[in-house]
Design a protein around this ligand. Structure first.
Ligand code: PLP
Length: 477
């Protein structure tokens, strides 16, 4: 006899009712998010205090969960889906992307093997071919979806290490020469972290100086590689960035690829943010030379309107990924032939059906619609840059390559860096406290600055103008 407190899952009627309520809540959230403070005003520990310390012993109705969602959780959310979110990289969970996420959770498949979900594996291959074609990347590249660019870069550099013919997979690292990895001074910290995981140590990561436009200096790269070889170290990969995190610089990928070829090094391109800008044909230039890369990452969860998490890793050398990672225990043998088993290309076994949300995004917007929106975001960034450039007390610190603008308040006569940092961080704090926009900062050549990143579907010219006016008001200029 089953116990009488054996609570069943929701019945069909209960699930439909709960779906309607949650669906209402979700649609309502989307329509009112722009009126909420974008940066949460929560204080540390607020949620912990507001919720019981132990789980309910008896189940509770959905209305009660939703009440807590509204009253306890929502005030402690920083709203990345807010039109005033201009910090880090502005992003959007678009409606089609959200629907794809929901369908993925109801199907609940795990795409570790083709057999465990043929649809997941094959849709992923199809949608990534669509993406490669839309970005102008080679049609024969292999693609897979991971959670984040950090994972994609780690996996790519593991393949690069294997491709260096050091037999690390068999022997480990102890008898090998020290490995060296190269990227620019502007590269994202995920490159360093990948190096740490793969055994370079910080000593084995070279941050190559950049030129006046923050792009990797290829002569310095070549010199660094030669010097490491002379010191009996083992260079194995270069990471070029298309759209660096601070100032969205684009490394000279074509020239870097020539250096890589000269020394037999793997070239990985980190196009996490700016790669998808190439869907608009006039921004294809950003990926010039990328067809020569061994691997490339771009993040639909950044600038392709897809809810986090969705990172895409492309490679022209899938065999090297298999050499690094293919390891099939008896219980995962299927006998299926001529199919892709995604677990063979990465360290992770289980994987979510993320291709669905990207598929829905393409189906809703079409490549033309996506290109038009990217173009619009870049237009908004240039409008902002124009207002900054014509203001005597504002100073822009980097070119606007895409939709991100770095600048600072710089009154005449105030030249001490510490004073300028205090002034500008105070401006950001004041603006963020008002709740209409959320800005973050960076340092450009050591100089503290305000960084506005536009990437939300709902961000309008009025919202950008409001951000500008709020900054001027906070700075009293
Ligand atoms: N690469 C670049 C250029 C980035 O700007 C970022 C994050 O902003 C990353 C990598 C890391 O992305 P993720 O959070 O997907 O690991």
């Amino acid at each position: 006899m089953p116990a009488d407190n054996l609570i069943p899952d929701m019945t069909d009627a209960e699930f439909r009712d709960a779906l309607a309520k949650v669906g209402d809540w979700m649609a309502g959230y989307r329509s009112r998010v722009g009126n909420m403070p974008v940066l949460s005003r929560a204080v540390p520990g607020q949620i912990e205090k507001a919720l019981p310390q132990v789980a309910p012993v008896r189940g509770e109705p959905v209305e009660k969960w939703l009440k807590d969602l509204e009253q306890v959780i929502l005030p402690a959310v920083t709203h990345w889906n807010h039109p005033g979110f201009m910090a880090y990289f502005g992003i959007t969970a678009s409606a089609p992307g959200i629907l794809g996420e929901m369908v993925s959770s109801v199907l609940n498949v795990n795409g570790m093997l083709w057999k465990t979900s043929p649809a997941l594996v094959e849709l992923e291959q199809v949608v990534l071919r669509w993406l490669a074609s839309a970005m102008g990347l080679p049609a024969d590249w292999f693609g897979m979806i991971t959670d984040t660019a950090s994972t994609s870069t780690l996996v790519a550099l593991a393949a690069a290490r294997e491709a260096a013919d050091l037999n690390v997979r068999e022997d480990g690292l102890s008898s090998k020469p020290p490995l060296v990895l190269y990227c620019s001074q502007e590269a994202h910290s995920s490159v360093d972290k990948a190096g740490l995981v793969l055994g370079t140590g910080m000593q084995g990561i070279r941050h190559i100086p950049t030129d006046g436009e923050f792009r990797m200096n290829c002569d310095a790269l070549r010199e660094a590689i030669k010097n490491d070889i002379a010191q009996k170290r083992r260079p194995f990969a270069v990471v070029a960035t298309v759209g660096t995190t601070s100032v969205t610089a684009v490394d000279p990928v074509q020239k870097i690829s020539e250096v890589c070829r000269e020394f037999g090094l793997w070239l990985h391109v980190d196009a996490a943010y700016a790669g998808t800008a190439a869907i608009a044909p006039e921004f294809r230039w950003a990926l010039r030379g990328c067809d020569q890369a061994d691997s490339l990452v771009t993040n639909p969860h950044k600038w392709l309107f897809t809810p986090i998490d969705c990172s895409v890793l492309f490679t022209r050398r899938p065999d090297q990924f298999r050499n690094a990672f293919c390891l099939v225990p008896e219980y995962l043998r299927t006998g299926a032939e001529g199919v892709v088993d995604l677990m063979d290309y990465s360290f992770q076994l289980g994987r979510r059906f993320r291709a669905l949300k990207l598929w829905f995004v393409f189906r809703h917007f079409g490549t033309e619609g996506i290109a038009a929106r990217i173009r619009e975001h870049i237009r908004l960034a240039h409008e902002l840059a124009g207002w900054i450039d014509s203001h005597p007390k504002l100073e822009r610190l980097a070119p606007v390559n895409f939709s991100t603008v770095c600048f600072r308040v710089h009154p005449r006569g105030m030249d001490d860096e510490k004073d300028l940092e205090r002034l500008n961080s105070g401006v950001i704090d004041k603006v963020n406290a008002a709740g209409e926009v959320f800005l973050s900062h960076t340092k450009v050549r050591g100089n503290y600055c305000i960084r506005v990143a536009i990437g939300n579907l709902q961000t309008s010219i009025e919202r950008v103008r409001r951000a500008f006016d709020l900054i001027c008001a906070a700075a009293e200029i």
